[in-house]
Design a protein around this ligand. Sequence first.
Ligand code: TYM
Length: 340
Amino acid sequence: MRVVSGIQPTGQPHLGNYLGAIRNYVKLQDDAVAAGGECLIFLADLHALSMPHDPKELYASTLELVATLVACGVDPNKAVLFNQAQVPAHSELQWLLNGTARMGWLNRMTQFKDKSGKNREGASIALFTYPVLQAADVLLYQATHVPVGEDQKQHLELARDIAQKFNKDFASEDAPVFTLPEPIIPPEAARIMSLRDGNAKMSKSDPSDMSRINLADDADEIMKKVKKAKTDPEPLPSEAKGLEGRAEAQNLVGIYAALADESMDQVLATFGGEGFGKFKPALGELLVETLAPIGERFRELKDDRESLDAILARGAAKARELGGPTLTATYDALGLVRGK
Ligand code: TYM
């Protein structure tokens, strides 16, 4: 079992990152250790180049995100925690895979369409080829399980297509170079939506801070954001199917369910017939209960620069070791000679 996943170090990590991905990093790191496998979690700093970014802030926000991940339960003694920039094999493998990835495949990526918007011609090449780097990120380590939110599913399908075509073109059936990775998407928190618009994803890049719960928000901020979250005037139904067409209500009930480890039907068995005046304070309290210890631990860790640097250096050394054999096998399969 090889668990591999990444998270970008730009913007504030939020509840969507936590419920959609980070919680599963923690669970799968334990499963991997129990199965005698490995879990690699990395800060995708190379991906940050795909959008405008401030070089002066990049490493500081990378270290902050390391502190956040550790505060959430990613354990550097169980998982290999590192940043891509310290493992050049990610960029190298991307180039080697560029010969296999097809223009048509990348043209279909919805995230490129969303992020480039009306300015496709002005978008960076990195934004377009970003999914090939993401494929390299997981294929380099022969990932079997990739915990992600639903928005990354299409990128993982591309990684599988690239692996399959490369294996077919350059390897024999009984000795493939790459393993096909499986996305692990939590059904109850696949896509946490904005608190201001139930049809938009909760996102680091939303200009409104009221649209998301940041993992570093304090109890007052959390309660205020939940209280102001957009809803509708109807009481809650007693079953999940009654939430159809009520995007905001569905999102809030989904968040409650994910936090309480219950199904939406179970949540509605308790709150069905109630209005949001009763439901919102209960949701706010549950959020504070979950996030307060994370925020506390984050504040203890975030200024210990030496320890955070050391976690990344140790993780990167291990990642370089784990990725080495696949990188060599890829060069070899392509007939590229690196010398002795
Ligand atoms: P990023 O940094 O945007 O998000 C990190 C993780 O959080 C999940 N996520 C969500 N899940 C549920 N609801 C939401 N509203 C929500 N917002 C974000 C994302 O799905 C992701 O799992 N391209 C990736 C980083 C990456 C990566 C990889 C991931 C680079 N290489 C290789 C997996 C494997 C990204 O930008 O995630």
